[in-house]
Design a protein around this ligand. Sequence first.
Ligand code: ADP
Ligand code: ADP
Length: 225
Amino acid sequence: DAILKLERVCKAYNVGLPTETEVLHDIDLELDHGEFLALIGPSGSGKSTLLNIVGLLDRPTSGRLSIKGHDTAALGDAEITRLRGHTIGFIFQYHLLISAFTARENVMMPMLVDRGFPAADIEARADRLLAQVGLAKFAGNLANNMSGGQQQRVAVARALAMEPDLVLADEPTGNLDTKSADAVFELMRQVNRDSGTSFLLVTHNMDLAQRCDRIIEVVDGRIRA
Ligand code: ADP
Ligand code: ADP
């Protein structure tokens, strides 16, 4: 069954203005629970826009987006925020860690913000997640003082903090050397196998794309098989 279903999703920017442009056209896409999907395509083709819509950061202009069977058009902003927080984890190319915080504090952050987690468990859970990404010894290090690959592992741990059903990763290995990129990819693959978390990975790295369950190519705002 699908964690994610898009039916004829369109997205236009600057709606109603002379500069109105539709950048996504009739996107149909389904992602099953546990699936690891690669999203490829040239720069400007609409990958980030699609990720923003799937990640509930932006709304489609038309079409239907369902997440875990919820039709998102029927949900208000507060419900969307809640669904996002409990369903989706994000990893970006530039990890967006808080550099003056430790690895542990960065991973604790989503749990502190959510307030649904018992406060007493949050630190221990952050440490377990850091152990899972191979950083048990680095929990107390400032993000600032860690290598690019280590910081991206912290970002993976942080993305998993709320036990998401789906992780959206936008070029997470884009600014890493080949060896670190490989390690971060394999880490995500491992998480996917162990926990059944679905992944949608935007990447320009064809070697990594070919190691995913399925590849979808976006060209000029449309999906090419
Ligand atoms: P990709 O991630 O594949 O590089 P994007 O989704 O960032 O593609 O961009 C797709 C198209 O939409 C591009 O032509 C881009 O300039 C345009 N675009 C993206 N975001 C906006 C925005 N906020 N306002 C107007 N146009 C945008
Ligand atoms: P990438 O190609 O790595 O996806 P972009 O440079 O296309 O990154 O986009 C970076 C950010 O700028 C995105 O959040 C996108 O929505 C926004 N953006 C891209 N193009 C435009 C545009 N023409 N007008 C306004 N915002 C844009």
